[in-house]
Write a protein that binds this ligand. Structure first.
Ligand code: AMP
Ligand code: TRP
Length: 340
């Protein structure tokens, strides 16, 4: 069975961009592939972060993923820092990662501008991501479009490591992305990628009132000033969102009524809000059940970490050997009283 790996940062809330761009795919693929889904808390410390809220954000992300349909009987859901081999492999992969490649990553160039003194972790972020994937020797990585460049670098790191330490044998497979049709969902500002840090999101667990309050002021076709102006659905983000939440007949009606100036933008948004609320209601219900059973969530994450650790330690035994490290003594002395 081919193996899938993907990760998401513990921002606390999943938004509909994450869901449409990646998480829905994880849910659909978990039946046909051996799937590892990782909450990447080590990646979350590469920028400024709040250590006090990190545990809650990590749990909330687990709840969101379980509510969205990640099934712990089918997929391994776990927290990155619970499997220390991620950090270890990241360090080892630094030895085959070209600095120039790290410096030219778009995400690094964007994010580093926000710092007066750039943390080294931000530069090394893609090496940790490569370690995540290669640790499980995953074949496929379902992600949104913004991660493609990082995945290309992962393939290069795998190639270099294989040629240096595996005599060209494909010890690490070169992983390939799987994209959805919704590979880049635009935010409610109608311009930037939907992203929690930009405040232009609808959260997967938002309720009816929150959804409407966010959709109501959302940007539409900028050329449409009054209700009487015909709109151009193709340049309207609300129209594109209809494609993911409304039935095909409604999507057709939206296009027609917009370009024919029969509906105002608010009418169109109300229909979208109703369909979005109905689509997301079962996810909210499931989230509530998990929120009421935090012990169950912790248990799922513990079992996930155990499963992931088994695979990770197998890979690392091979990797350490192939990279020339002296095998560690099978039993390290414990306690304070060992001889000399
Ligand atoms: P992040 O929240 O940055 O950890 O992203 C988690 C996953 O969601 C990654 O696979 C991203 O590529 C994907 N993703 C994030 N934002 C969007 C978006 N606006 N549209 C589509 N996919 C997204
Ligand atoms: N960098 C990814 C993001 O921000 C998260 C991530 C970390 C990831 N490790 C990964 C995604 C491994 C896929 C595979 O969205």
């Amino acid at each position: 069975m081919p193996r899938i790996f993907s990760g998401i940062q513990p921002s606390g809330e999943l938004h509909i961009g994450n869901w449409l761009g990646a998480v829905q795919n994880w849910v659909n693929l978990q039946r046909s592939y051996q799937s590892l889904i990782c909450i990447v808390d080590l990646h979350a410390i590469t920028g400024k972060y709040d250590k006090d809220t990190l545990p809650q954000r990590t749990r909330d992300m687990a709840v969101g993923l379980l509510a969205a349909g990640i099934d712990p009987d089918q997929a391994t859901l776990f927290v990155q820092s619970h499997v220390p081999e991620h950090s270890e492999l990241q360090w080892l992969l630094n030895s085959v990662t070209p600095l120039g490649e790290l410096e030219r990553m778009t995400q690094f160039k964007d994010k580093s501008q926000k710092f007066e003194s750039v943390p080294a972790g931000l530069l090394n972020y893609p090496v940790l991501m490569a370690a995540d994937i290669l640790l499980y020797r995953a074949d496929l990585v379902p992600v949104g479009e913004d991660q493609i460049q990082h995945l290309e670098l992962t393939r290069e790191i795998a190639r270099k490591w294989n040629s240096e330490f595996a005599g060209g044998e494909k010890f690490f497979p070169e992983p390939h992305p799987i994209l959805t049709e919704a590979k880049r969902i635009t935010g409610l500002d109608g311009q930037a990628k939907m992203s929690k840090s930009l405040g232009n999101t609808i959260a997967l667990l938002d309720g009816p009132e929150e959804i409407w309050q966010k959709l109501r002021p959302a940007k539409t076709d900028p050329a449409r000033v009054t209700r009487k102006d015909p709109g151009n659905p193709e340049v309207c983000n609300i129209y594109h969102l209809h494609k993911y939440f409304s039935p095909p007949a409604t999507v057709g009606a939206v296009a027609e009524n917009c370009s024919g100036a029969k509906w105002g933008c608010l009418d169109c948004k109300r229909v979208l809000a109703d369909n979005m609320i109905a689509t997301l209601a079962p996810i909210r219900d499931r989230a509530r059940q998990f929120q009421e059973a935090p012990g169950r969530v912790d248990q799922i994450l513990a079992e996930g970490a155990l499963g992931a650790s088994g695979l990770a330690s197998e890979t690392m035994r091979e990797v350490r050997g192939r990279m020339g490290f002296l095998p560690a003594p099978s039993r390290l002395p414990t306690g304070s009283g060992h001889p000399g």
